[in-house]
Design a protein around this ligand. Structure first.
Ligand SMILES: NC(=O)c1ccc[n+]([C@@H]2O[C@H](COP(=O)([O-])OP(=O)(O)OC[C@H]3O[C@@H](n4cnc5c(N)ncnc54)[C@H](OP(=O)(O)O)[C@@H]3O)[C@@H](O)[C@H]2O)c1
Length: 248
């Protein structure tokens, strides 16, 4: 059990794999109640069952973050079950990278819908409760790609720059309500993320890059735990971390 984590109610989008799943496991082990959202209902349900089987508090609600009503339902379910929401982790995202000239416009739309609008819907669902509570913590997931752009990553990077801009605006606006805001920008972490690229050249480059450099997903979970576990008057606004060997 850990300071300022035990007893907190934490909603996590994109909890069916990768960073979201690792975070659910770590926070639940430290005494938080975790509410898991993702489209793959079977995965989040079996994770919730596993965590409750070990004595933790967890529930799952199938959620597509591109549907604002579903995101609201996820947060409402958390409040109904546990009477409050302490932390909203807007983590769901995808990264189908490609050169702009390939005109994969459906994938651009999808990244904008999930990586930007999904985060906004998470903020919209959690903020009214947190304002009322006069307490809360919103954690948004950006990326090293929210700091650096390269060929093939223009749209993904644009969405992650947007997450940083939203997080900074949010930070300033929620001061009167005693709400903390953190944006976390990971480098290469071993998850299913690179699998979403349909451009064979980029997919191969990503596979090599992740194969060489990626670090385990609990690196991200520990960053979340660090931000959460600070005393209430300490607001960790930005965390940027990479594998030690990653230059980019
Ligand atoms: N891994 C890295 O190297 C890295 C680096 C920087 C930033 N990030 C960011 O970290 C976040 C998590 O990614 P990850 O690395 O953990 O990848 P991942 O293993 O592919 O997980 C992505 C998660 O997002 C969920 N998701 C995708 N579309 C969704 C939708 N429409 N509605 C609800 N959930 C959706 C997926 O669940 P379902 O498919 O079940 O819906 C899955 O749980 C993303 O925002 C990513 O951009 C990752």
């Amino acid at each position: 059990m850990s300071a300022n984590i035990e007893g907190k109610v934490v909603v996590i989008t994109g909890a069916s794999s990768g960073l979201g799943e690792a975070t659910a496991r770590l926070l639940c082990a430290q005494g938080a109640s975790v509410v898991l959202g993702a489209r793959r209902a079977d995965r989040i349900r079996s994770l919730a069952e596993e965590l409750t089987g070990r004595g933790g508090k967890a529930l799952a609600a199938a959620t597509d973050v591109t549907d604002r009503a579903q995101v609201k339902r996820l947060v409402d379910a958390a409040v109904q079950a546990y009477r409050r929401i302490d932390v909203m982790i807007n983590n769901a995202g995808l990264m189908p990278q490609s050169l702009l000239e390939r005109l994969k416009i459906d994938e651009w739309d999808r990244m904008i819908d999930v990586n930007i609008k999904g985060v906004l819907y998470g903020i919209a669902a959690a903020l009214p409760y947190m304002k009322q509570q006069k307490a809360g913590h919103i954690i948004n997931v950006s990326s090293v790609a929210g700091h650096k752009v390269g060929p093939g990553s223009a749209v993904y990077a644009a969405t992650k720059y947007a997450v940083r801009a939203l997080s900074e605006g949010l930070r300033q606006e929620v001061k009167p309500y005693n709400i903390r805001t953190t944006v976390i920008s990971p480098g290469a972490v071993a998850t299913e993320l690179p699998n979403s690229s349909t451009d064979p050249d980029v997919a191969e480059r990503l596979r090599k890059f992740y194969g060489e450099f990626a670090i385990p997903a609990d690196s991200f979970a520990r960053a979340v735990a660090f931000a959460m576990s600070q005393p209430d008057e300490v607001d960790v606004n930005e965390i940027l971390f990479r594998p030690t060997r990653q230059e980019l």
